[in-house]
Design a protein around this ligand. Structure first.
Ligand SMILES: [Mg+2]
Length: 360
């Protein structure tokens, strides 16, 4: 596929307006490490736009989402308390969750970065611990388990190293079934036609951002991630300008912001929520009333999956966050170590049920 031609300024402006309006309507206002809710609302309309938008707002939202800002991480105590009541710990409410899951077909969906692994400076070093791998391996033996990540499929599989799981890479745009299984192996790539364009943009971003220290451009096959976790704050404006200048040439791609990362993705309507629905269908759970999907994630992109569960009135979403955030998830866990504890409890619960059943 060749590079897209530059569209007229008016057309770009119209696209921005429509896309920004749609973003307000269809997307949830999430920041990774949020400032107080009032600030979040202020910047909400500028989180996800096609190829432009107010630069100041973008940079402000990049600042607001950075945990380097003391104000952002020090949420007021009362706000924390109110949030914790609304989104209680999945560990402290485990019995409630187990009771809701009893007699149902449980399926587990896990984000990777910030959920199974800590967020680290070098995205290539976001390894999960052996203890976490052990917990996920045991989990996969008890329930259908999928890893749903923004990373490309190969990268996330190389981190997790468990061939028996389902994987949805590139925000669900690259889906694969278990390797060592008699089950039909799934391979679904709804954005395949964008592959040459993504490669082209990756090269342009590498070239255009090379003068900015600390930038890490990562080709995630169906999307490109520009990590700014190691970029000095004074250079964020320059970085955003460079990214935007590249994207002006590609109206079929859109820019979104995640946790310490800018992401360039195809404009197709496909996200982690769609991937979740696809996987549920593939597992034969599409029209089942007795299915209980549990989705755990930490990022804005996971909100699409939380939203799907809310709309289905089925299953639960668990947000991994130490700080109050607007979310469609029902429960929370503070960090990956708590995710591990929760998964371990799920396995123990399943073993207990099987043991009780074998005695009948
Ligand atoms: Mg994540």
């Amino acid at each position: 596929m060749t590079k897209q031609s530059v569209v007229p300024v008016e057309a770009v402006a119209a696209t921005i307006t429509v896309a920004a309006a749609e973003a307000v309507v269809s997307s949830s206002p999430m920041f990774s490490y949020p400032p107080p809710l009032s600030l979040r609302k202020k910047f909400l309309p500028h989180l996800e736009i096609a190829t432009g938008g107010r630069i100041t707002s973008w940079i402000e939202s990049m600042k607001a989402s950075s945990p380097t800002h003391a104000k952002a991480v020090a949420a007021a105590d009362d706000e924390q308390l109110v949030w914790a009541v609304k989104h209680p710990s999945a560990l402290s409410k485990f019995e409630q969750i187990a009771s809701a899951a009893k007699g149902k077909k449980v399926a587990i969906f896990l984000d990777y970065d910030g959920t199974l692994s800590p967020i680290v400076d070098d995205p290539d070093s976001a390894f999960m611990t052996d203890a976490m791998r052990k917990a996920v391996r045991k989990l996969g033996r008890c329930f259908p388990t999928a890893i749903v990540s923004g990373r490309c499929l190969d990268k996330v599989m190389s981190f997790v190293k468990l061939a028996e799981l389902y994987y949805a890479g590139s925000h669900g745009m690259d889906i694969k079934g278990p390797e060592k299984s008699t089950a039909k192996s799934i391979l679904f790539q709804p954005a395949r036609e964008f592959l040459p364009m993504i490669d082209e943009v990756n090269e342009a971003l590498l070239e255009n951002t090379k003068s900015i220290p600390g930038v890490k451009v990562e080709n995630n096959k169906f999307c490109v991630s520009v990590h700014f976790r190691c970029v000095e704050e004074k250079n964020w404006g320059a970085l955003f300008e460079q990214v935007r200048s590249v994207l002006k040439e590609y109206p079929k791609l859109r820019l979104t912001q995640g946790r310490k990362v800018l992401e360039i993705r195809p404009t197709i309507k496909w996200d982690k929520g769609k991937a979740l629905e696809f996987l549920l269908r593939s597992l034969g759970f599409a029209d089942c009333d007795d299915v209980m999907p549990i989705y755990i994630g930490d990022d804005r992109t996971d909100e699409d999956a939380f939203k799907v569960l809310r709309e289905r009135g089925q299953g639960i979403g668990i947000l991994v966050s130490k700080f109050p955030k607007e979310t469609n998830a029902s429960y929370s866990l503070q960090e990956p170590s708590e995710v591990k504890d929760f998964l371990t409890r799920l396995v123990k619960w399943k073993h207990m049920l099987m043991k009780a059943r074998s005695k009948v």
